[in-house]
Ligand binder design. Structure first.
Ligand code: TYM
Length: 324
């Protein structure tokens, strides 16, 4: 029997290069070897969204991004979190065995509190418990995520372990699977690329929009004039070249260090490489966007398959906890 992979992402809009390089690449690559379950976590998105009017549109954008990137609904289960009510029930049950202290010290909670001081809601504190419920409901063993999610996966391991100790072995302890690019910085070159910070490049932008976004990126601050020698090792544009332009990398590094190439030239090169790498993805995405009925079918079929697994697990959990 194939081992289970589970992952999720918030429908906060179109996916960006951070999502793509940090997570989606692995979602796609793991499909043949593992039994994969991928979830659009709309309830998690509510922890930071105040205006929920665009949620359905965002879900749609996300399925488009996922399918166009190569997720195959014949191989993987693709579904929306709130379509499976069992996850809410499991979340409540797990919250009873999760010490509050564990949740308050999670670095991502502190980070969210910093980003949205006017909206530090109860759901934010319980965010990793809901995430654990997502994973263990499907008995996920391997979790492809970016580096920013590691504290959550660590907590999921602790909660799973605690449940197993209290009620008998039920859940595998989930293990994170990182890509070779687990943390992509944003256009500011400082913070992680994120929609909420606004420093992102969406993978579905047009060639022109991508070039415009790349042109706004911060590079080596020591390079104030065209003839100043650069330090590629600290430059985010150079880091992105590592993925999009691996064969031209040594050359670019050398030319930057000796000021033979300027930052604008380097950004132009990167934008061209991003656009040519993503061309097939963008073409597939445009074709899929013409078939909205197909997207609805994919999610309905995914929900049905996910729910069958979820019901089994929840029954087992309730029996073990003495509720049945
Ligand atoms: P989310 O929606 O923020 O991001 C989706 C995936 O993209 C990765 N990612 C990045 N990787 C590298 N560099 C970046 N700048 C970058 N930005 C995002 C994330 O690490 C993630 O893998 N809490 C999760 C969603 C979730 C989940 C789950 C994940 C809910 N339940 C269960 C795994 C298992 C989140 O908000 O991801």
């Amino acid at each position: 029997m194939k081992r289970r992979v589970f992952s999720g992402a918030r429908p906060t809009g179109r996916q960006h290069l951070g999502n793509f390089l940090g997570a989606i690449q692995n979602y796609v690559n793991l499909q043949d070897e593992y039994d994969c379950v991928y979830c659009i976590v709309d309830v998690h998105a509510l922890t930071s969204l105040e205006d929920t009017g665009g949620l359905q549109k965002n879900i749609n954008e996300m399925v488009l991004d996922w399918l166009a990137a190569g997720l195959d609904p014949r191989k993987s289960i693709l579904f929306v979190q709130s379509h499976i009510p069992e996850v809410m029930e499991l979340h409540t049950l797990l919250s009873m065995i999760t010490p509050l202290g564990w949740l308050l010290r999670v670095p991502t909670f502190k980070e969210k509190a910093r980003l949205q001081p006017e909206n530090i809601n109860y759901g934010l504190v319980g965010y990793p418990v809901l995430m654990t419920a997502d994973i263990v409901l499907y008995k996920g063993e391997f979790i492809p995520v970016g580096e920013d999610q590691l504290p959550h996966i660590e907590l999921a391991r602790e909660i799973a372990r605690r449940f197993n100790n209290l009620f008998g072995y039920t859940f595998p302890e989930p293990e994170a699977k990182l890509t070779l690019f687990p943390l992509i910085l944003g256009l500011d070159g400082k913070e992680k690329m994120s929609k909420q910070v606004g420093n992102d490049i969406d993978i579905s932008l047009s060639d022109k929009e991508t070039t415009e976004r790349v042109m706004t990126a911060v590079t080596d601050p020591a390079r104030r004039y065209r003839n100043d020698p650069g330090h590629p090792e600290i430059c985010n544009i150079y880091r992105l070249q590592q993925y999009f332009n691996p064969f031209g990398l040594d050359n670019i590094g050398e030319q930057c260090r000796t000021a033979k190439i300027g930052c604008v030239d380097c950004k132009m090169l990167l934008a061209q490489e991003i656009n040519s790498t993503l061309k097939p993805f963008r073409e597939r995405r445009a074709a899929l966007a013409e078939k909205p009925g197909y997207l609805v079918d994919v999610l309905a079929d995914g929900a049905q398959r996910a729910r069958a697994i979820a019901k089994e697990t929840l029954k087992e959990v309730k029996q073990k906890m003495g509720l049945l």
